[in-house]
Design a protein around this ligand. Structure first.
Ligand code: SF4
Length: 446
């Protein structure tokens, strides 16, 4: 269901938690109260809450059991009111993209994974991408008024017909919408998902030419390959880029990087790690990725991982306090990098042994190589085979890729982390950017 601003304005925002001894509780607010105004400002959603901020004294109007009420919430300096609000429903997209990943999921995955969201509020808070298709004038005005910046935009092509074919919605011009946002002071980051035969080659070159004109309003652009799973029955026939198409794409990107470096001192456009992997090219230096603006888009993730480990090692002890053996589980994309890091680490720490296990993605198909889209069953099978062929004795821990389970500790295929642990019978952790823990088995004091 699409949440319109009007609906939300009519109903306010529910409190889902009121902490004990908090300012909100002291004022008499309770779970289930629907906040409709703070200091006279209507509360439609979490963006309004964030925009309103926290004042020491707040006049809060709310609805309880159909009755309008009001209280004054008094916070100490730097104290939060002690409430949690319902984030409400996510807005749904108006597109029918030929490469939509949701359409390519295996049947039977849980409902939340099947939501085709397109929510400018989430783009602002979490960096998710928007096509802007169907965004209304009132929403543009709100974005400008509340300065919801930066936003992340799925551009794909500047030619309206090509873009329309990709989005499955007829003509879909993008430049006027980008300009409108930029003119209202919103900073943008864009992405082009390259689909061979649609928006690569000359179409890509035209898009880069048009979009470079929008710098600095369009601050960066990520160019990423289309992702295809094995579940495409009934969907338009698509294929992955060949090596020579990838090379051509990279050459276009590099040409524009050089132009933008010469003119503005920024590379501006960045290729996905996946392109580099396909061509077995070295991973660029840290400087190359500038502020890592396109990190969430699979751009610079490998370099970031390497830098994270090296930074940790700079301040790390010279030796482990005991022998330690670890297994690192990953997908095909990160396998070469993790293998190199394991070699680097074990050369420095002779008491450490690390084996890296590459898991083939049977759930989605072997064209899906990123580690966070692995199912629990595939991970289990890879571990089972490894443990059949190798000595499990002395393995202290198995590390899984980050974000491979949701906050409820469920993999994509509804296997739980608990089930995997029960079957494998070796401690399993999910990597959380703490290299100290991964290397030494504990957090180290800095
Ligand atoms: S915008 Fe396109 S890719 Fe994104 S959810 Fe909608 S249909 Fe899928």
């Amino acid at each position: 269901m699409v949440n319109s601003i009007k609906d939300e304005a009519e109903t306010g925002v529910s409190l889902i938690e009121v902490q004990a001894d908090s300012a909100a509780e002291e004022a008499g607010l309770r779970v289930g109260d629907r906040i409709v105004e703070i200091d006279g400002m209507p509360m439609r959603d979490y963006v309004d809450f964030a925009y309103a901020g926290v004042a020491e004294v707040m006049e809060v109007s709310f609805i309880r059991k159909g009755k309008e009420c009001a209280v004054t919430v008094v916070c100490e300096a730097d104290e939060s009111p002690g409430w949690k609000i319902d984030f409400g429903e996510v807005m749904i997209c108006h597109c029918n993209c030929i490469f939509c990943f949701v359409d390519q999921l295996p049947p039977g995955l849980r409902d939340p994974l099947q939501i085709k969201d397109e929510d400018y509020r989430q783009s602002f808070f979490f960096g998710t991408f928007l096509t802007l298709a169907g965004l209304k004038g009132e929403e543009y005005r709100r974005i400008a008024e509340q300065k919801l910046s930066p936003l992340y935009i799925s551009i794909h092509a500047t030619d309206a017909k090509i873009r329309g074919r990709l989005l499955g919605i007829g003509n879909a011009p993008i430049l006027p919408h980008l300009k409108r946002l930029i003119d209202s002071g919103i900073e943008l980051h864009g992405q082009i998902v390259v689909v061979p035969g649609y928006n690569d080659g000359e179409a890509l070159e035209q898009s880069l030419t048009d979009l470079a004109e929008l710098y600095p309003g369009l601050k960066t652009l990520g160019v990423v390959p289309v992702g295809l799973t094995k579940h495409r029955d009934g969907l338009p026939p698509l294929r992955l880029l060949t090596k020579s198409e990838t090379l051509h794409t990279l050459k276009s990107v590099e040409k524009w990087q050089q132009k933008m470096l010469d003119k503005h001192g920024t590379r501006w456009v960045f290729p996905a790690d996946e392109f580099l992997r396909q061509l077995e090219l070295p991973i660029p230096d840290d400087d190359y990725y500038e502020e890592y603006w396109q990190y969430g888009n699979g751009v610079g993730m490998m370099r970031f991982l390497i830098e994270e480990m090296r930074e940790t090692l700079e301040a790390a002890p010279d030796a482990l306090d005991k022998d330690r053996k670890a297994l690192w589980v990953t997908g095909a994309a990160a396998f070469p990098v993790l293998s190199d890091l394991a070699v680097e680490l074990t050369a420095r720490y002779t008491q450490l042994q690390v084996d890296v296990i590459e898991v083939e993605n049977q759930l989605m198909g072997d064209t899906v190589s990123v580690a966070n889209l692995l199912g629990g069953e595939d991970i289990y099978e890879a571990l089972r085979l490894y443990l059949e062929e190798n000595d499990a004795d002395g393995i202290d821990v198995i590390y899984l890729p980050p974000i491979c389970v949701n906050p409820d500790k469920l993999f994509l295929d509804d296997w739980s982390l608990r089930k995997l642990r029960r079957k494998v019978k070796i401690p399993i952790r999910v990597y959380n950017s703490d290299w100290n823990k991964m290397i030494f088995g504990k957090r180290l004091r800095r």
